[in-house]
Design a protein around this ligand. Structure first.
Ligand code: PMP
Length: 396
């Protein structure tokens, strides 16, 4: 019997055999001609996946938190005002990072766990902040967590980014749980910097911080009055590296993670072969099928309504009488899920990632394992209810 388990957590995700093969290849020199070509191609493809033709991509060894650190280190100077649209755990982290670089941070919080801050409230705070140009008293930057991985809450990035632009604020999007899965159109939506990490919908093992900076972000960096107070994150070091590799001329600052970048190029190629529109639609459909199953099994979700819900993951509350012990049963049936993360509700819910290379069969296998686990812990429901609800969506 196959011993392999299906990894359905919100990152790291399942990876394609081609990506994994690239990880296992003999490592080349970072200045080998074939690696230079691969790195150059990966940078070009990132622009296409982020839908940001005029952006400057950065591929740097590190996790998603480094990508957040890079954004803050290069765009914030001590005393700058920053606005955090706070939807949970990872928005808190962004506020901490911004403060570390000397920003004065204002946060607009969601009214409750599972909800999002109202556009009107964000607009009112931006207005209060005044213009960022001229007197220089307004907000320099706002951060938006596209999908809060702790709650499966998805925000209206397009609407928020439009507000940011209107008030001349740099719009920074933490897309760690969204890019290449959730619909995000960086340039069209006016996002000045978007960031992610390799291990989620990008489909590459953990280890790469990925950032695409639009022209307003790189201008803000060039107009800094103070040096970037972080040696490793400084774009002064990395810009020539990225420009060099894209021009197929290797340059050295820190040794690039050769195999990860090789794997990244393979995965980006697969993503673009599928096509961004098809990919967004697939994520929507699989998410709808999975969420239909969760509802049919009598479970409520953390996001307060479907329009505030991500398509890359689902966060159901355990039904009455069930707790995280069910996850061990589900794992025995071959599917690994994640527990709760948001401190306020941690013990009451669990999380299922369905992004990247995920298929309809993975969704059905996961629902089947959840049904089996629920039955084993004594939850009463009609066997097959969740599977039928998922199939009803998948077969239309
Ligand atoms: N932001 C979001 C929305 C995330 O989901 C995560 C990771 N789960 C991070 C930031 C941090 O990324 P990493 O764990 O790769 O540092």
């Amino acid at each position: 019997m196959k011993d392999r388990k299906l990894l359905m957590i919100p990152g790291p995700i399942e990876f394609t055999p081609e990506v994994l093969r690239a990880m296992g290849m003999p490592t080349t020199s970072h200045v080998a001609p074939n690696f230079i070509e691969v790195f150059g191609q990966a940078l070009e493809r990132l622009r296409q996946v982020f839908l940001c033709p005029s952006g400057q991509p950065f591929v740097i060894a590190g996790s998603g938190t480094l990508a957040m650190d890079i954004a803050a280190a290069n765009l914030i100077e001590p005393g700058d005002k920053a606005l955090v649209v706070n939807t949970g755990y990872f928005s808190n982290r962004f506020a901490d990072i911004l403060e570390r670089y000397g920003a004065t941070v204002t946060q607009v919080h969601a009214p409750a766990v599972g909800d999002v801050p109202a556009l009107e409230e964000v607009e009112a705070v931006l207005k209060e902040g005044g213009p960022s140009t001229g007197s220089g008293h307004g907000y320099k930057l706002m951060t938006i967590t596209h999908v809060d991985t702790s709650t499966a809450v998805g925000v209206d990035v397009r609407g928020l980014a439009a507000l940011g632009r209107e008030h001349d604020v740099l719009v920074v999007v933490d897309g760690v749980c969204s890019v290449a899965g959730e619909e995000m159109r960086q340039e069209e939506w006016g996002i000045d910097l978007a960031l992610t990490a390799s291990q989620k919908a990008i489909g590459v093992p953990p280890g790469l911080a990925l950032v695409v900076a639009g022209p307003r972000a790189t201008d803000a960096f060039r107009n800094r009055k103070t040096p970037v107070p972080n040696f490793y994150a400084d774009w002064t070091r990395w810009l020539p590296i990225m420009e060099g590799y894209e021009a197929r001329q290797p340059r050295y600052f820190g040794t690039p993670p050769v195999n990860l970048i090789w794997a990244l190029n393979v995965s980006l190629g697969q993503i673009l072969d599928e096509g961004m529109e098809t990919r967004f639609a697939r994520h929507r459909r699989l998410s709808e099928a999975f969420k239909a199953a969760v509802t049919a099994l009598g479970m409520k979700q953390v996001p307060v309504s479907p329009d505030k819900t991500a398509t890359t993951l689902t966060a159901p509350y355990y039904p009455d009488g069930v707790d995280r012990a069910v996850l061990a049963h589900i794992k025995k049936s071959g599917v690994i899920l994640a527990g709760g993360l948001h401190p306020a509700i941690k013990a009451r819910y669990f999380r299922i990632g369905h992004m990247g290379v995920v298929s309809a069969s993975d969704i059905l296998a996961t629902v089947g394992a959840i049904e089996k686990g629920l039955a084993q812990v004594g939850y009463k429901f009609k066997a097959g209810t969740g599977l039928a609800a998922a199939q009803a969506v998948l077969t239309t």
